[in-house]
Write a protein that binds this ligand. Structure first.
Ligand code: MG
Ligand code: MG
Length: 261
């Protein structure tokens, strides 16, 4: 496994500054989301805010082996059965939808990456529960992190919480180290599987990690949503949710870098 880069306190402050921009964008978009709004409108607002802050969007221009063209936007906006990598569109959001917004920014050479899933207007109780359980899965991970634990100890807790509520944990997409690059070592799964043991790692102060549980209302199997190769959707068509924070491991636990502080 490639080396996990340990960051200095100064670098962690730079990651926090990038994370602050991401948080401001997500806070702003959260006030715009209602029935009738398009995800292109969210994209335009995000692009303007990132430029105003002197940052650059991380996702725009990213290539993926499965995709036909580079990712064309600053945010991923994934609606309903879309799990991740949704492309902003001019299709208005509807009452009862969910939209996951993922935003990544580089500022002064360091990256921030965070995602939240929003309810559009009134949603069903089951949908509300999906969002609450996914948000709490991320909170559990952040509470559990401390130096000396293995990631698999944390991942087992995330997985148990989600599966105990009858939901699915996506396997094909995982969190990642974050620093000068959006995707650094290690890979950070939201489940524990003995076969993955070789990918496990011990948490150490100065590690900076993007933790991002992706949760499905039904079966966790995912498929590509269309021929572009970008949107990743649940195979059974049921809703999905996605919450992400970039965090730093501290001597006693974890501090969140994308909460606006
Ligand atoms: Mg992200
Ligand atoms: Mg990420």
């Amino acid at each position: 496994m490639a080396k996990i880069v340990i960051k200095s306190p100064r670098e962690i402050e730079l990651l926090r500054a990038a994370g602050r921009v991401v948080c401001q964008v997500l806070d702003e978009l959260s006030t715009m989301i209602e029935p009738g709004v398009t995800t292109v409108a969210l994209e335009e607002r995000a692009a303007a805010m990132i430029a105003e802050a002197g940052g650059t969007p991380l996702f725009k221009g990213v290539r993926h082996p499965q995709a036909r063209f580079p990712f064309p936007a600053c945010i991923c906006s994934s609606v309903n059965e879309e799990v991740v990598h949704g492309i902003p569109s001019d299709q208005p959001l509807c009452e009862g939808d969910v939209v996951s917004v993922d935003c990544g920014v580089r500022l002064k050479g360091y990256c921030g990456d965070s995602a939240r899933t929003f309810a559009v207007g009134q949603v069903t109780d089951e949908t509300r529960k999906l969002l609450d359980v996914t948000r709490e899965a991320l909170a559990i991970a952040i509470r559990e992190i401390r130096p000396g634990l293995h990631w698999s100890d944390v991942a087992s807790q995330i997985q148990k919480w989600i599966e105990d509520h009858g939901f699915g944990v996506v396997r094909e997409f995982v969190g990642h180290g974050i620093g000068r690059e959006m995707h650094e070592e290690p890979k950070i799964p939201n489940y524990y599987d003995r076969r993955q043991r070789t990918g496990d790692f011990k948490l150490e102060p100065g590690m900076t990690l993007a933790i991002e549980p992706m949760v499905t209302a039904g079966d966790p199997t995912v498929v590509l949503g269309d021929e572009s190769g970008w949107p990743v959707c649940t195979k059974d068509g049921l809703y999905a949710a996605h919450f992400e924070h970039s965090v730093a491991v501290t001597p006693t636990g974890a501090e969140v870098l994308t909460n606006g502080r």
